[in-house]
Design a protein around this ligand. Structure first.
Ligand code: ATP
Ligand code: MG
Length: 250
């Protein structure tokens, strides 16, 4: 469904490539988490997969090689930048309208999508006034209305409170059930690992791990790659450490 082969992206003026010689295959219906510290190359990878940017070398193949490429839907970290319509209904109807559906058909499709992300009751509210979590759900509705088969979430948990995280995960679970191919880019493993089939880790632009969540937790030096191990447990206030050991800032 997604095949990435020896993908490298250099930006002018940077010594190190943002992405270097990255190869992997993702099958239809897989739910894959791509993790890595800030600047490790996650968003660059997303732009290349979605065709928003071109690699310096290497290739991205989408689909099964037969027929046209499947549509890739992106949920951006900054949900605000993704809203085009004045109301959720108008916003979610935008994509289907562009695909050539009549106004009525586009609205019907948009309403179904809004229903699935729990925004039907706000379909006529001002879209700009939605909360951060609601805006992210609206972005998902737009993608559902376009019937994308591949959906990429860039930092879907950023700025969300706990109920917001649960809502995103309910949507992820629903999309998995529908057989969508999901790519979730995040460094917040504790929120998503139980839902994923596979974890890939980027470190300074290179793919350093590709395996199951269980393998990642038992074998991978996650903290050396700047990712917090989600199995840390808290029992007392003293356990609530988010400081590095003396002299060992990562
Ligand atoms: N348009 C660009 N021009 C120059 N450098 C860029 C550009 N886009 C990304 N980079 C660089 O590529 C590297 C990877 O960036 P990327 O945005 O993919 O990181 P990320 O893993 O998504 O980080 P974060 O967790 O902060 O979102 C960074 O060093 C970044 O500065
Ligand atoms: Mg990013």
């Amino acid at each position: 469904m997604i095949e990435v082969s020896r993908l490298t992206r250099r930006f002018p003026g940077s010594e190190r490539p943002a992405l270097e010689n990255v190869s992997f295959r993702i099958n239809e219906g897989e739910c894959v988490v791509v993790s890595g510290a800030n600047g490790s190359g996650k968003s660059v990878l997303m732009s290349l997969i979605a065709g928003l940017d071109r690699p310096s070398s290497g290739q991205v193949f989408l689909g099964d090689g037969i027929g046209s490429s499947p549509r890739v839907g992106l949920v951006f970290q900054d949900a605000d930048s993704q809203i085009l319509g004045d109301t959720p209904l108008e916003d979610a109807a935008y994509g289907p309208g562009n695909l050539g559906l009549s106004r009525n058909e586009a609205r019907r499709t948009a309403r179904e999508a809004l229903e699935r992300v729990g925004l039907r009751d706000k379909e006529l509210h001002p879209a700009r006034a939605l909360s951060g979590g609601e805006k992210r759900r609206l972005a998902v509705a737009g993608i559902l209305a376009m019937d994308a088969r591949i959906i990429v979430f860039d930092e879907p948990y950023a700025n969300l409170d706990w109920p917001g995280v649960l809502q995103v995960n309910d949507i992820v679970r629903d999309l998995k059930k529908r057989g969508k191919t999901l790519l979730i880019l995040t460094h917040e493993l504790e929120k998503v690992l139980a839902l994923s089939d596979r974890l890939m880790v980027l470190f300074r632009g290179s793919l350093v791990f590709d395996g199951t969540p269980a393998q990642a937790l038992s074998e991978a030096p996650l903290e050396g790659w700047g990712i917090r191990n989600p199995l840390g447990s808290y029992k007392t206030v003293e356990d609530l450490h988010w400081t590095s050991p003396e002299g060992a800032a990562p």
